[in-house]
Design a protein around this ligand. Structure first.
Ligand code: SAM
Length: 247
């Protein structure tokens, strides 16, 4: 864990920077990266969600919860910040889809359980003490269920800035853990092996790892983003949760 940070402090930071306008701007299908690099793979990895109970762990403004509900899932979103959970609940009140939003820190013990699938998208690298949060996600899925997590790719975290400056990506201190100051809140770099070894230690079996690249038609209309078709800024991991609970 990154020593200077607690989960509570990270949650306070997310809460303080989340303006209603920014949350509303990405409320339908998420931001550019979600729309063009992440969402389609999340849905493919989850398979047909109609009739399934799905946990959206760290749901932010709830855009993914709503997209899953629109595909026929029964969705619970968990989000710790006042700002984002109240935005998501207000959205639900205005346009009901039956999504339940729970305000909670994923790293705290919870009685969430029995979900067919759990998705934790762009959350774990935002959590200083992330292992208990990953544990909560795995425990919330039923035995043999699906857990999908997405991350800013640990090898290409500052891709846009690095590419602008050097026309290529340089990486340093990959094996260390450190804070990455971001526009909304800090993320925390840790090597990819940290996440994969932890999910394996929790008894999960990796089904698929995705390093998505920007599609040619999008590059054609946004040539300045061509680097996103050559290097993966994001990473998705789909696992099967253990057939029986850990003791
Ligand atoms: C980059 S946002 C992603 C939000 C959403 N999943 C999405 O894809 O739009 C990171 C989210 O992680 C949440 N988060 C931070 N610490 C958390 C914790 N300990 N438990 C649950 N969520 C947390 C933040 O409040 C924020 O909503």
């Amino acid at each position: 864990m990154t020593k200077e940070w607690t989960n509570e402090a990270a949650i306070r930071q997310w809460n303080s920077t989340a303006s209603r306008a920014a949350l509303a701007a990405t409320a339908d299908e998420g931001d550019f990266a979600k729309r063009h690099l992440v969402n389609e793979h999340v849905f493919r990895l989850l398979g047909n969600v109609a009739g399934q109970r799905i946990l959206d762990a760290g749901c932010g403004n709830g855009y993914l919860s709503r997209m899953l509900a629109d595909r026929g899932a029964t969705v619970v979103g968990v989000e710790p910040t006042d700002a984002m959970v109240s935005f998501a609940r207000d959205h639900e009140a205005d346009e009901p889809r039956g999504v339940e939003y729970i305000q909670a820190d994923l790293s705290r013990p919870s009685d969430l359980g029995g979900f067919d699938a759990v998705v934790c998208s762009m959350v774990l690298m935002a959590v200083p003490d992330w292992k208990p949060a990953m544990r909560t996600c795995v425990a919330a899925a039923k035995p043999g269920g699906t857990f999908v997590f997405t991350l800013v790719h640990p090898a290409f975290e500052q891709l846009a800035a690095g590419w602008r400056e050097h026309g290529r990506y340089r990486v340093d201190r990959y094996l260390e853990e450190y804070e990455l100051v971001g526009p909304a809140a800090s993320d925390f770099h840790r090597p990819l092996s940290a996440y994969l070894n932890e999910v394996a230690a929790l008894g999960c079996r990796i089904r698929e790892v995705v390093e998505p690249g920007l599609a040619p038609d999008i590059v054609e209309s946004r040539p300045e983003l061509e680097y996103l078709s050559r290097l993966p800024n994001f990473l998705l991991v789909a696992v099967e949760t253990p057939p029986s609970r850990h003791p």
